[in-house]
Ligand binder design. Sequence first.
Ligand code: CUA
Length: 313
Amino acid sequence: MNTDRAIFMPPAASTSAAGVDDVFTFINIIVLFFFLLVISLMTFFVIKYRRKSETDTTPDLAHNTPLEIVWTVVPLILLIVIFFIGFKSYMDMRLAPHSSMQINVTAKRWMWQFQYPNGVSAINDLVIPAGQPVRLVMNSEDVIHSFYVPDFRVKQDVIPNRYTSLWFQADSPGTHTVFCAEYCGTSHSNMLGKVIVRTPDEFQQWLQNGGIDDISGMPLADQGAILYKAKACNTCHTVDGSVLTGPTWKGAFGKTITTDKGPAVVDENYIHESIVDPMAKVHQGFAPVMPTYKGQITDEQITAIIEYIRSLQ
Ligand code: CUA
């Protein structure tokens, strides 16, 4: 559904966006109306009743009951209207339909991990079917994050040791950005994800395929380049020599580095170990913050990533 009824807003891409935009627009129009009314009356009175001579005095003014009733009752009615249209939208957004598909979300510095009912898991890319309500049950492994999709007009804090939830339905295929809206450390601004809305058929195919588009048959290093993004390695590792939270992959292969357990050569075994057990040997000068990918990645995928790193000389 594309109901772009609100100005200053990204295209509305979820079924609840129209309700949010209507409340937003309604409040904006009221605010604008009263702003102009008050400012013009004020300007008018300042000029009309300005002090014209030395002998001008301020008249003794008592209160004006009809006027005071008007400026009390009118805002009261407006507030009641805002409450009801806001409350209706709010309830729609809080109560997920029974037909919702549940997806579990784990936030950790600095990535989003999505787990589907059939066991498929994906990192940073949340693929959903068009036309079906989706309910996210979210929790954080470390600090507070916040799942925010401006196009859907939804935002919910993701908290350690507590589950929070959120639902939405997108009716047409497309891609929408997920932001982390709670400052969570060095790479907070890189903690970006995507909601990819696909047709129900394409979605089912993707899900059956284990949550990844078919990349077999491509050269290994190219598969590694796709996995580098799909598995969110790019949140912390660059491939151009610059340094983010983790060491760059450029020229890394074959190098001898200093780790907290002594020197190590960056070879196949070192990379494999660093992916499944990142705390085993931590590269000196880098914080021990990498999450383990054990269970999130297959050995074939690790091999492709190693091949990709080897190609970055
Ligand atoms: Cu996660 Cu900011």
